[in-house]
Design a protein around this ligand. Structure first.
Ligand SMILES: [Zn+2]
Length: 316
């Protein structure tokens, strides 16, 4: 375990603001960055990421692939406004959902993925060049990229300043940094009491607008845009989800049963219909999840609310 100061303001030790298990998150009084201190060693963190049970990396066969498809399409659409073509490196590519979409939109994909199952799936099934080692200046040897993308990675980085400097070096002269992260560091202190889970020390930092801009300035980037999406509608919806779930189940079940009676189907057909109705229900929930955050959340309930943010920055 090692004690650190704010990685952006350096001399600021911050004040304790959140805690989980044995870990304490401290908030910098200057830039609002929340950082875990004391924290585990780099070796301990890497071993967490290589472990299949890590909460961070997704299973390529997981059931929320429809949500990931919608999310990837949304992200690519936004990206295409800034850079419609080119090579793109996804750091922490997970199950490769984003890159799969990037390929179909004409981008030239590369992946960094530490989880072996995911890395194998990306390189062998998706045929996308993939390195299973932490990103650094030596990643993909001499290749440089038009775009570097990462999603929900920033909070996990051991040394965000060093990583962003390396990203800057691996970008072409007109390169673009495009990433998604949360805004917990930018929320008023009293709102943080409402969270019951911070996933420390998987998460080592929580950024907000102020600290993101400072990080970009320190590492040779110019901020172009931050698209913000409130998580509040989704959080509220989850409170009511159990009720909605039983209602949707009831409607689909009734429809399916009445169809059985009227059609006098065989048992096998009934099972297949039930499976279809299960899949349909799952898709409906994933669609609602997406709409609440990335459509409704892009307009409503944003001030002082938890958000996910897509940040666009260009290399200076
Ligand atoms: Zn600071």
């Amino acid at each position: 375990m090692q004690t650190i100061n704010c990685i952006l303001c350096e001399s600021n030790a911050g004040y304790p603001i959140i805690s989980e298990d044995l870990y304490i998150g401290r908030k910098c009084t200057i830039c609002d960055l929340i950082f875990v201190s004391p924290r585990p060693t780099l070796e301990a963190i890497i071993s967490i990421y290589k472990n299949d049970k890590s909460a961070i990396y997704s299973n390529p066969y997981s059931s929320n692939t429809f949500y990931k498809l919608l999310h990837s399409k949304h992200t690519i659409q936004l990206l295409s406004n800034y850079s419609p073509t080119g090579s793109i490196l996804d750091i922490g590519a997970g199950g490769g959902n984003f890159l799969k979409q990037a390929v179909s939109s004409g981008y030239d994909p590369f992946a960094i993925e530490l989880n072996k199952n995911n890395a194998d799936y990306i390189s062998k099934q998706l045929n996308i060049p993939c390195e299973q080692r932490p990103f650094d200046l030596n990643s993909f040897q001499n290749i440089s990229f038009d775009i570097v993308y990462h999603c929900n990675l920033l909070s996990h980085l051991y040394d965000p300043v060093k990583t962003f400097l390396s990203i800057n070096s691996k970008l072409n002269d007109t390169g673009l940094l495009f990433f998604e992260t949360g805004n917990l560091g930018g929320l008023p202190d009293n709102l943080l009491n409402k969270f019951d889970k911070f996933d420390l020390p998987d998460h080592l930092f929580f950024f907000g607008n102020k600290s993101i801009e400072l990080l970009l300035n320190k590492t040779g980037f110019k901020l172009i845009n931050i698209a913000t999406y409130s998580l509040a509608p989704n959080i509220e919806y989850r409170y009511f989800k159990a009720n909605i779930k039983s209602l949707v189940r009831h409607i689909l079940h009734t429809t399916t049963i009445s169809k059985y009676h009227s059609n006098n189907n065989s048992n096998q057909e009934q099972i297949s219909d039930l499976n279809i109705s299960k899949i349909r229900t799952r898709y409906i929930y994933q669609y609602i999840d997406f709409i609440l955050t990335y459509k409704i959340g892009s307009y409503l309930f944003k001030k002082d609310r938890p958000q996910t943010m897509i940040v666009v920055a260009k290399k200076l």
